[in-house]
Design a protein around this ligand. Sequence first.
Ligand SMILES: [Zn+2]
Length: 392
Amino acid sequence: MENPAQKLVVRNIGLMLSGKIEDPILDADCIVAIDGKISAFGYEKDLDTDDATTIVDANGVTLAPGLIDSHVHPVVGDYTPRQQQLNWIESTLHGGVTTLISAGEVHMPGRPKDIVGLKAMAIAAQRWYENFRPAGVKVLAGAPVIEHGMEEQDFKDLADAGVTLLGEVGLGSVKDGPTAKKMVDWARKYGMQSTIHTGGPSIPGSGLIDADMVLEAGTDVVGHINGGHSALPDDQIVCICEGCLKGLEIVHNGNERAALLTINTARELDQMDRVILGTDGPAGSGVQPLGILRMVSMLSSLGNVPAEIAFCFANGNTARVRELDTGLIEVGLCADFVLLDQAQHAPGETILKSVEQGNLPGVGMTIIDGVVCSERSRNTPPATRLPEVVAR
Ligand SMILES: [Zn+2]
């Protein structure tokens, strides 16, 4: 006998955000997922909701694709040696984030920098986060930092072993454009995505990566274009936005003024679909469980971006730039959701207006692969209304 299908129905949704910047609000009050994948969405009266194994009454709150942090530095499990902190990933789930993407496991004490050692660690990190999801959160990790001496065969070996990411170019010994470009091209040839440290040094031992190096390396994502924390001069940020078509990643652990410059430049270029968000946590400024929500609210309120568009920076845009199977409301994609409502006593007529005035929404529930992973957030201001599991 096969196991019966797991069927999730979330009904009574007040507002459904799609993650799609071209069409961010859906006409829908209900979504159905079978075995962890979205199978249908629309109005409940038109959908087959029979035989659900889990029913969530959203109680009128907003459902959005789970948020994605495009830039984290995990090490092992739900522990970070950077700030000696346990359960930072679980805490991040309580900020509505369901997927984390590693920009390199660079905080590992004694991190190997010899080539066989760095390859071994990348493969091991990919495996241990594939095999273990802290609090249910998807952690895409195993992101080696390139070092001088790597050959094409090394990238093939990594890809063959299941490694799909490069960590931030520039955090290792490769800090020149031609070498970076050669290695990024090898990585791309074998299906690995790449990112780069943009801006001044983050901590003692790291170095400056300027616009010329970013543009020459040609990584798939311009990592923290607003610095981590020191941003490049304004003219270089504009030059990067204009000089390539890659993902423009804005991080919480960066310069907020440079973040707003990036948004305004992307808007002038009519390329807001390139903007994606990360925290860069754990970092010198700590872990940021609400970092992605805070970026959404900051960019919406100070950058004059409609809130429903700002949410796309945190899910759908990242999904598209990173080629993920989550982050958008689309049949066949993973049923990874965050349910949010206007925070209690926060000004604004609606959740979207409230965010546009710089307030954080309250998280009421997260769902990953069709499974409820958390209920009322312990970290956000309390949501006015809460969704509820009514049957399972
Ligand atoms: Zn960095």
